[in-house]
Design a binder for this molecule. Structure first.
Ligand code: GLN
Length: 467
């Protein structure tokens, strides 16, 4: 199932028909993957030419679209249609892509398994009893099942990289500010990014190249030009294409208790990188173990503020009640699921008088420390870092019920969001038949070098990436 589509296919409008037949084969509904929350059977390319002409794409349901609802996987926004379109979505369509649907997700992007959707869990296309990862699980499943060639997701703490790892595909989280967040429904604004899924590195790179770049509708979108991001085809004429590249191996991402089967795959990938000419160097990022606690203070704090807007007055659901206070209360109790409610309570708590300094302020200080450690390592001449993407392969639906245990699946991914640096996951092997992801991280705005190394590794691993 993971053989790569050839370039000619990408540029062929027939791929849209292929998308529908693949969709019908795996069905969007409960008997299939449940990867889609809305589909557009009549979608067609907006322009006649473009780098993505005729390429079927799907976007996560927290990206605003004009013709399809944007529910964020929540009852709160059931049937809600946005009056404007996300910049990333518009750029895909302007490049000729065909938006065939909106993908299922953890409610408001809070989760690591796509089980927190109000519309039922998404299934992993490689094993329907397992989760596809989250929160962008629908997008990852749609690409892995061969329905769409490219899909957009969002990343606040790993929601593109971890599902990419669980589904055996490529997922890229760009530098904070590389892609406009205009039209991305806010979860934790200082951490949120739009990310891209593809079946191979070049597909993901092409998708990113199309959506990246300055946007006057998002003040946090950097005014930095986008270099060419799509790496040259594999089998370059040069013998050792990564000569001169220094790859750091941070010891904190390879702890004693790392699943040895995952460690073996990482070592094989590192060996391939050395064969490609790269130098691998042991490095240290000492504050890594603080990243999950820090993330689960900052993200809920920002979420509690961002989600205050769902009050029954301006958007979506409204529960009728005799007085205003009861209306707010009823709307929010009915509209939000358990995990979103937990995050709002947690976030409100860490921001409240008396606890603000102890939690929120300290978390901000540690976040700065984590970012600083990356800067320091990169300043020693290290170009990229390589780590596992997640501590386990895809688990079974219903298997992880303890929220804290679920939060720990983000242990290797939240750091890049806290530091704002680009990072990506690609398949590097399998454990018990399920895919394992390897992660590259790069300095701010160095996506091109990261994608080049990833493409070289993909070529060098070949079929091993899925074994
Ligand atoms: N799993 C993390 C969370 O629940 C990350 C989610 C994300 O990146 N959107 O917050």
């Amino acid at each position: 199932m993971s053989e790569r589509l050839e370039e000619s296919e990408a540029l062929d409008a027939h791929t849209v028909a292929h998308a529908w037949s693949a969709y019908d084969r795996v069905k969007g509904g409960a008997d299939g993957l449940n990867a889609f929350l809305a589909i557009d059977r009549d979608a067609s390319p907006m322009v006649a030419e473009g780098p993505l002409h005729g390429v079927p794409v799907a976007v996560k349901d927290n990206l605003a679209t004009l013709t399809l609802p944007t529910t964020c996987g929540s009852r709160m926004l059931e049937g809600y249609v946005s009056p404007f379109e996300a910049t990333a979505v518009r750029r895909l369509r302007e490049a000729g892509a065909v938006l065939i649907g909106k993908t299922n997700m953890d409610e408001f992007a809070m989760g690591s398994s796509s089980e927190n959707s109000a519309y039922g869990p998404v299934r992993n296309p490689l094993d329907h009893s397992r989760v596809p990862g989250g929160s962008s699980g629908g997008s990852a499943a749609a690409v892995a099942a061969g329905i769409v060639r490219i899909a957009l997701g969002s990343e606040t703490g790993g929601s593109v990289r971890q599902p990419a790892a669980f589904c055996g595909i490529v997922g890229v989280k760009p530098t904070y500010g590389r892609v406009s967040r205009y039209g991305l429904v806010a979860y934790a604004s200082s951490l949120d990014n739009v990310g891209v899924f593809g079946r191979c590195v070049r597909d993901a790179a092409l998708g990113l190249e199309v959506i990246a770049g300055p946007d006057r509708f998002d003040a946090t979108c950097a005014d930095v030009p986008v270099p060419p991001l799509v790496p040259a085809r594999n089998g370059q004429s040069r013998h050792m294409p990564l000569t001169g590249l220094v790859i750091g191996k941070p010891r904190e991402y390879f702890p004693e208790n790392l699943d040895p089967r995952i460690a073996v795959h990482c070592e094989r990938a590192l060996a391939r990188l050395v064969e490609l000419g790269a130098e691998v160097r042991d490095v240290s990022l000492p504050s890594t173990d603080l990243a999950v606690p820090v993330y689960y203070i900052i993200a809920p704090a920002e979420a509690s503020s961002n989600l205050a807007r769902y009050d029954g007055v301006r958007y979506g659901l409204r529960a009728e009640a005799a007085d205003l206070g009861t209306m707010y209360e009823q709307t929010r109790s009915r509209g939000f699921g358990t995990e979103v409610t937990r995050r709002i309570l947690l976030g409100t708590y860490v921001l409240s008088a008396g606890y603000y300094d102890a939690y929120y302020k300290r978390a901000q200080a540690v976040r700065a420390l984590i970012a600083d450690e990356f800067t320091r390592v990169f300043a020693t001449g290290v170009h990229l870092l390589f780590t596992p993407t997640a501590p386990s392969p895809a688990f079974r639906i219903g298997e992880v019920s303890d929220p804290y245990e679920m939060y720990l699946s983000d242990i290797y991914t939240v750091t890049a969001n806290l530091a704002g640096i680009p990072a990506m996951s690609q398949p590097i092997g399998r454990v018990d038949g399920m895919p394992i992801g390897g992660q590259f991280m790069a300095p701010h705005f160095e996506e091109a070098i990261m994608l080049r190394a990833a493409a070289a590794l993909e070529g060098a691993l070949g079929a091993e990436a899925h074994q």
